[in-house]
Design a protein around this ligand. Structure first.
Ligand code: UDP
Length: 381
């Protein structure tokens, strides 16, 4: 049996970034993956048309960090892709597709008669180009701006958030809604980061290259806890659920899950944008047209309908940590145990944080660097 220096549980971006850094520094690393494929939730695979389908929902890489972009660029070339989203909004005149984040174009489409006056009021209150959380509009002393805030809250956020989180928008952590601020310009990009791109050959290919190293091994369909027991002298990074690591002794942390319905269509770029959001009636929150994530023209595409659902252990996958005061307090108690355990934790599940991909990679690299700095001997890398 190989004498591993490190066992890394989970082959998502967190685990793989960490494992690769340790392997390059000389450690022998085993990655243990529960599923039958690598990549965690960034896993993608081609459909019958040759379009790469992201099996666990759309992942759009964006970061302001040159360091993180350069790091991943060692393992992939990129398709320069700027994410744009439209929301289907019901109006008396029929369904309108408007940009999300809500911006001046959205306003002009939905309030054509009042848009100019409201834009003037907005620009008296906030700098041009600002990205303002909807909650700041709602509480604005200018009545026109506050009215717009209520309208955006009702039209864009209320229905979508009720479906996404299974709870009223008022009870969702404000940081979640602030991810999609109202944009005070015509800029219709979902993200403003300097680096926005999709791996040219897909995420799985990028992760596969990250894993291609003589000191890295991967065990698929394997149980993390059992492997840790089999290699008691190895150090460990755990990117699964932190509460699972401790056998749920303090209770279960809350998650939200998703169900995906895929359908093949014989039109390339069947939707006008990669993602169309449905804040209204349909039971799904959004539809993804995967053909937008590559410049290569194909005969068709796959559309993915995303249905949020409650999470229950063993039945479906934990996609989103649910941030509440109670969950933060429970996580703190697990974090104390984690700190005393000698095992490191990372990733959306290990840190119980709503990380985007670049944040997961950044955290894993920082953790790997500190693990290397604090090494005492080769077996404590
Ligand atoms: N949101 C919404 N309507 C939209 C887009 C987003 O209400 O059209 C809210 C919703 O609560 C969502 C949150 O904003 O969970 C964050 O959206 P984001 O697109 O960042 O979610 P993700 O892509 O991570 O699922």
């Amino acid at each position: 049996m190989t004498n591993y220096d490190w066992i890394v549980v989970g082959s998502g971006l967190s685990g793989v970034s960490f494992a690769r850094t340790l392997a390059e520094a000389g450690a022998e690393v085993l990655i243990v993956e529960r599923r039958d494929h690598i990549g965690g939730n960034v896993f993608d695979a081609p459909d019958a048309h040759g379009v790469l389908v992201q099996r666990y929902g759309a992942h759009i890489f964006h970061t302001g960090s040159r360091r993180i972009f350069n790091y991943l660029s060692q393992f992939t070339e990129w398709y320069r892709y700027e994410h744009r989203v439209l929301a289907a909004v019901a109006t008396p005149a029929g369904e309108q597709l408007v940009p999300v984040p809500f911006n001046f174009t959205s306003l002009q489409r939905l309030w054509p008669d009042r848009a100019d006056a409201v834009i003037r009021s907005l620009l008296e209150q906030f700098p041009a180009g600002a990205r303002v959380p909807v909650s700041d509009l709602v509480t604005c002393p200018d009545p026109q701006v506050a009215e717009l805030g209520e309208y955006v809250l009702d039209t864009i956020f209320r229905g979508y958030t009720a479906k996404q989180w299974g709870r009223p928008v008022e009870t969702v952590d404000p940081s979640v809604l602030a991810r999609v601020p109202v944009t005070l310009s015509h800029d219709d990009r979902y993200f403003r980061d300097e680096f926005q791109a999709i791996p040219r050959d897909g995420y799985t290919a990028m992760v596969q290259r990250m894993l291609t190293h003589p000191r890295l091994s991967v065990a698929l369909e394997s149980d993390g806890a059992s492997e840790l027991r089999r290699h008691p002298s190895a150090r460990a990074l755990w990117t699964g659920r932190v509460d699972a690591f401790f056998d749920y002794e303090l209770g279960e942390l809350p998650y939200r899950s998703l169900r995906f319905f895929n359908t093949s269509v014989d039109t390339w770029r069947a939707l006008p944008t990669a993602v169309v959001n449905y804040p209204g009636q349909p039971p799904y929150t959004r539809v993804i047209d995967h053909s937008h994530f590559s410049p290569e023209i194909q005969a068709g595409t796959t559309l993915t309908y995303e249905f949020p659902q409650s999470y229950s252990r063993g039945m479906n996958e934990p996609f989103y940590p649910v941030a509440t005061e109670d969950s933060a307090a429970l996580f703190e108690r697990y974090a104390e145990r984690a700190a005393a355990s000698g095992v490191l934790f990372a990733g959306r599940l290990g840190d119980f944080r709503y990380y985007d991909m670049h944040q997961a990679v950044g955290r894993a690299l920082t953790l790997a660097e500190s693990a290397l700095e604090h090494r005492l001997d080769p077996h404590q890398l």
